[in-house]
Design a protein around this ligand. Sequence first.
Ligand SMILES: [Zn+2]
Length: 574
Amino acid sequence: MKTLSQIFQTSLLVLFVLASYQFTDPVQPELSDPVENADLKRAQTIFNKLIDARGDKSKARPVLKWEDEKSRGAYFLPGTNQIYLEASAYKVCMSFEGREDEALAYILAHELIHYYKGHGWEAAFAREFEGSEMAEQVDESTRDEKQQETESDLLGGFLAYTAGYNTLGIAEDFLKRLYNAYPKWPKEWARSDTKIRRYPTLSERIEIAKNTQAELEDLIKIFETANWMVALERYEVALDLYNHILLKYNSRELFNNQGVIQCMAAIELVGKPLIKYGYPLELDAEGRIQFSTRGSNDPKILKAEQLLKDAIKNFKDALQLDPDYLPGLLNLGCTYALRGLIDAEEDEELKGLYYDYASVYAGDTKWRAVRKNKTKLQGDALTLLGIIAAETGKGDAAAYFSQAKSLNSLGAVNLKIYQDEDPSSAIQKLPKPDFPEKIEDLTLTTFARSPFADEGTMRTIEGKNNRKWGYNFKNKKLEHSIILIDLLNTRTDYTYLHITQPSYTGEKAKTNKNIRLGASRQEILDAYKSPDREVQLPNGYLISYPNHNIVFWLNEKQQLEKWCVYRMKKPRSF
Ligand SMILES: [Zn+2]
């Protein structure tokens, strides 16, 4: 980020208001202005979605205020939890026909990052002394200001993405239109204006926005790669990629994802016969059933114990950001149950303690899920209570699994396991296909023979192995798809993911079984039968068919948003 030496945006044209300066704990949330203003209401809806996606309740919930006066566009008032949106800036957002909400998300997410990152103090301080001799001495703070702007643009873009808004490509045009709407803002400096030169001009801003956009695009691609990797059970790669993002951006979902991956990896390491049941943090029971039996006296157990410890830390970090984050609470319960099963095999007292913890978290999740009317989570919590009862012999496991049955799919599977029936009886499978899946007529097998990335896109993802990551679409002249590359060794350890873009439409844009973008979950299940794995994302689902080397990405409405055809080689152990 240091390379993006300059970026400024409207919000930092914030004047320091002494009265609003507070050293006290986060300000209590205020009620917003009465909503009669339909424009404010529209902005408010997006604002709330962004706050929920951020999921950080360690600070007071920010409040959106409307401002009719025309001076600063949109801004965060340092020292408060208030973010202001001016009518003129709103109008600029509305000029993005078809992308109005995305433009609003762009500017609001930017301001929200200022708030959550506690920006604005240094900049405001500098302004206080504007024009005095002291202004010369506070040039240092200008650098902070630029860094804050870069950070807000980059992380704001990422926040908008996680909330479901694609802001890519908006920034440059947005800035031009905003500067036109605010003619008093300087577009270029006169040569003599040395005193005020540290304020950005339009052309400076655009230059910076372009650089930030490029970095944002990569960050999103890396995040997506990590999600696909979870579906493909490449946990170690996924962990490195999520870590790469966590260095810049943290959220309860990212901590939670880390924890879930660590648990999944531990489950895979230990496998049968110790792990009998499907834990509600992993949605696929069938994959678990196929796990190999574990060797005796296995160093894998130690590795699994470490993974579970790390997972607990991640779930606790997620819950620190948001104590009401129910998936984190449930996953914490699952992890303690796994620890009771795996780490404390020999120690009855410790085992009892772990299961007690697991019970408390499962019970708490269930109670809160009932109150919030979240039925799937309620079913997941009941499933976990059933597992605990089955493993400890205390309580009625069958009753828990039966209650869960109508609320989630895992309840039914676990009930069958508990009653010693074959849980896979209901699973339908297709044989391996004769022809490989293709996107845009490119066969990945050919690509895998000499894989290469577009110029300048390959980078090292720091981690245990320092894997390489990059992408290719220019080189292969792909128009409606992209190939993401994860690579350690071109012969023994790689993943190539060929992914459709939203523009992949038309007669030929379909899978071997005639599935097109927008297809429903049921259409996919009818065509490809029971998936081998299913992974739940904060904003969707991945369903995976290793036999066909294909993974489908469904959105929250269970519609096909994109799919991925892949080739992969992985080393034997985690
Ligand atoms: Zn800003």
